[in-house]
Ligand binder design. Structure first.
Ligand code: ADP
Ligand code: ASP
Ligand code: MG
Length: 782
């Protein structure tokens, strides 16, 4: 029995490599008995429509040219995907079909629907053969043998029987989308973009559990992501809104797609065949998702008024022109929005009852929760006025508003509308991992930040994680008493459960805030990214991971339009990242960054004056909790090495941690062995330090432990962490014990460098630094 129906649209089958990618998805995701519904490859249906028009207009030359174009495209696919006998066989079948088309054209017996059907037939044949060659039991099925239409209506009972009789459990069926047959066996089509509908029909007839619509975007977005780069991908969209969008002509789902799912529990998802791992959009029943905001744009529409519009006429006209038509009533009058190319045809259909109100319209519809519509409508009008767009017509209903103009609504105007109408009022889900000192303060500070960010985002803390336990509340935790909620409701978890909970969150944006110091947690970042989470890390591991991993993470973030901030991983709350970014953005060039990025080492070096042995200071720092449990971890300099790497990457340099020379603040041989062994040899550490200190003094310098990154004019990079002699009077020499310092030299800050200094650790400043990242994130999600 069919479990899942997968539908691949033209955009997923636009080239041989796309067929291969689709085959991979089928291999990975399908079981025997599943169905794969396919559309015509790329824009084939458009080309076939042009072929039909040239036939109708008797433009022989153009007919031949277009037919040749079709042939070349199909042969190109066949040649790229098959070899030898199979290639010849498929090419022969195709050429025979093309000859039949030519003959039918010559004898004036060409039939439009039959001609258009070829697009889907070719796709199904190619994909089924390709899957068979990959070792699957695949079989192409012509949907005309499954779907029968009587008087313009699908004969559901008969179709169901046909499906149950044909679709066995021993094959993966590759079924043509878009087409059906009437009861005489003549081809009929289900309307442009109709393969989505074929897929849900098939799912209904074959009692499938789920339908996956694979397309070239990762799901249903707040607006066309090809036009507005920061369109929001919605994890869930309710059926009512998806239906409305479709009725308004949005291409992501065909207008009738949802009707076969009514009263069934068949799940529907929209996913990307270009990124099969990315979670898509689930189209859920009413009540399973909050209503969202969308903008869907139109071009080249005509607005017409129709007198005495009959009950079935919109459906009939839509069938006639094979496009969805938006119908609405205003002041008792019936209006239709038509694709401009069909107005003449529709006008003939209505024989004198149609009045053209406006032609060549562009515009958009705003779909939003009912409560927001009237306010948004006013806002939209004021944005349009600001943008000098004059409205020709507007209409609103309880869940959408329509704006039509004869001016261009380009991507820029669309982006502004999106920012002002959709991006406001969004919800941001925050998941906090790590509830140590900093995590707790961060949560406390959240209460005031929620109010501060309210204008842009409704910020909800939805998840808290410690290494052993988690607490999730999808609609947001109460920040006043999260501790009580934690005590009562936190549960032990497996890693997968966290990922599942995150995936389920129905929010416009999600961010994972990593305040752990855990490398294994940082390894989950790609999983969070796959679930569309932005990242904020105080944790240094991901920022200092191996180049390949780091770059692939960055790439995945970029592909999904996600942001990553890790300001506090270097210098806690100190605004080093802002300074570096500003300098670079202002056209300056950074030539050197030197500094002390460890509070412990800062304190040890600045406190030492020779009156006490260095090891005594180390033990004192340890006793005060200023060091790692084994202070040699601090003395090793590795932490500073990682921080320098983060700074270097922030400057766009491609370095790995091993590219940074490291000289520890102790004799190398003391690094190994137990802490007791080390204590037994502490004199060696003291002698080591004393010698260096004396050398520094002899050079009129202070002994410091610094990280240094220099970028020479030719681009050569030098990076090292180790002992440094800081000239007396310099900022590094004068460093307050315990502070961090960053001394930045640039073309413009050369002789007199820019200095950022202050506490580089501490729960308040670190938590505030994380809030700074969160604030930045909210600003940049605009
Ligand atoms: P297919 O060939 O897979 O059927 P379509 O071209 O019919 O794909 O529909 C997908 C296209 O819909 C996307 O490429 C995108 O440009 C467009 N689109 C418009 N609005 C949206 C939206 N809100 N969300 C996602 N895609 C959208
Ligand atoms: N190939 C048809 C069209 O282009 C059906 C579809 O793509 O869904 O309209
Ligand atoms: Mg489509």
């Amino acid at each position: 029995m069919t479990r899942v129906v997968h539908k691949f649209g033209g955009s997923s089958l636009s080239s041989a490599s796309r067929y291969q990618a689709v085959a991979q998805i089928v291999v990975g995701q399908c079981q025997l008995g599943d169905c794969v519904v396919v559309s015509a490859a790329g824009k084939t249906t458009n080309t076939l429509v042009k072929l039909w028009q040239s036939y109708q207009q008797q433009e022989q030359q153009s007919f031949n040219d277009i037919l040749l174009q079709v042939e070349n495209h199909q042969i190109e696919l066949i040649n790229a995907l098959f070899q030898g006998e199979k290639q010849r066989q498929l090419a022969d079948i195709l050429l025979t079909e093309l000859q039949v088309i030519t003959q039918a054209a010559n004898t004036k017996t060409l039939n439009e629907a039959e001609l258009l059907a070829h697009g889907e037939l070719w796709s199904a044949r190619i994909l089924a053969n390709y899957l068979s060659e990959s070792g699957l039991q695949a079989q192409a099925i012509d949907a005309r043998t499954l779907f029968t239409v009587h008087n313009g209506q699908l004969v559901h009972q008969q179709n169901k029987q046909a499906c149950l009789a044909t679709l066995d459990n021993d094959h993966i069926f590759v079924v043509t989308g878009f087409i059906a047959a009437d009861d005489q066996g003549n081809t009929v089509t289900l309307g442009r973009n109709g393969s989505d509908y074929s897929a849900t029909l098939l799912a209904n007839y074959s009692d499938a559990e789920a339908v996956s619509i694979w397309t070239d975007t990762q799901g249903v977005f707040s607006t066309d992501p090809r036009k507005v780069s920061n369109a929001i991908k919605y994890p869930k969209v309710c059926r009512e809104q998806a239906n409305l969008l479709a009725r308004l002509g949005n291409p992501v789902l065909h207008a009738k797609t949802l009707s076969p799912l009514k009263n069934t529990s068949i799940k529907l998802q929209v996913r990307s065949s270009f990124d099969p791992e990315a979670p898509g959009t689930e189209i859920v029943k009413a009540g399973y998702s909050k209503a969202k905001r969308f903008i869907t744009s139109f071009d080249n529409l005509d607005l017409v008024r129709v007198d005495r519009l009959g009950v079935n006429e919109v459906r009939e006209v839509s069938q006639l022109i094979q496009h969805s038509i938006h119908h609405f009533v205003q002041n008792g009058e019936e209006f239709l929005l038509l694709p401009g190319a069909f107005t003449h045809q529709v006008s003939q259909y209505f024989a004198g009852r149609l009045t053209l109100v406006e032609s060549h319209l562009q515009g958009f519809a705003l779909v939003a929760p009912k409560a927001d519509i009237s306010a948004l409508e006013l806002q939209a009008k004021s944005v349009l006025t600001e943008q000098d767009v004059v409205l020709r017509f507007a209409h609103s209903d309880e869940d959408y508003a329509l704006f039509l103009t004869d001016q261009a609504i380009d991507s820029d105007v669309l982006a502004i509308l999106h920012d002002k109408l959709v991006n406001k009022g969004r919800e941001l889900a925050v998941i906090i991992a790590g509830l140590g000192n900093v995590g707790e303060v961060f949560l406390e500070q959240c209460q005031t930040q929620v109010a501060r960010l309210q204008a842009q985002f409704d910020l909800k803390v939805v998840g808290l994680l410690r290494s052993q336990q988690m607490l999730f509340a999808a609609s947001g935790l109460n920040l006043d008493n999260w501790q009580t909620q934690w005590q009562n409701e936190a549960q032990a978890y497996e890693q997968n459960e966290v990922l599942e909970r995150i995936e389920e969150l129905d929010y416009e944006h999600k961010v994972v805030v990593d305040i752990t110091a855990s490398e294994s947690f940082s390894l989950l970042y790609p999983e969070f990214v796959k679930r569309d989470c932005h990242l904020i890390s105080a944790n240094k591991y991901a920022g200092t991971a191996q180049q390949d991993w780091y770059l692939s993470l960055r790439q995945q973030l970029e592909e999904r339009n996600l942001l990553w901030r890790y300001n506090t991983s270097v210098g806690a709350g100190l605004p080093v990242n802002f300074a570096l970014a500003d300098l670079q953005n202002s056209g300056d060039k950074i030539t050197q960054v030197e500094g002390v990025f460890s509070g412990t080492l800062s304190w040890l070096c600045s406190e030492y004056d020779g009156s006490k042995a260095f090891s005594d200071l180390v033990l004192e720092a340890q006793a005060m909790g200023y060091t790692e449990p084994d202070p040699r971890e601090d003395l090793s300099g590795r932490d500073m090495q990682r921080k320098l790497l983060i700074l270097a990457r922030e400057l766009g340099l491609s370095l790995d941690v091993d590219d940074i020379d490291l000289e520890p603040l102790m004799p190398e041989h003391l690094a190994t062995g137990s802490w007791q062994d080390f204590l037994a040899k502490k004199d060696e550490l003291d002698a080591f330090y004393e010698t260096k200190f004396a050398q520094a003094k002899a050079n009129h310098c202070e002994l410091r432990y610094t990280g240094l990154l220099s970028i020479a004019e030719g681009g050569k990079v030098d990076a090292k962490v180790g002992i440094a002699f800081a000239e007396q009077g310099s900022a590094i020499a004068n460093l307050t014990p315990g502070d961090n310092i960053f001394v930045v030299k640039t073309l413009w800050y050369d002789a007199n460098p820019l200095v950022i200094q202050g506490p580089g650790a501490g729960k308040e400043v670190t938590a505030a630094g994380i809030h700074s990242d969160l604030f930045w994130l909210c600003q940049n999600l605009k």
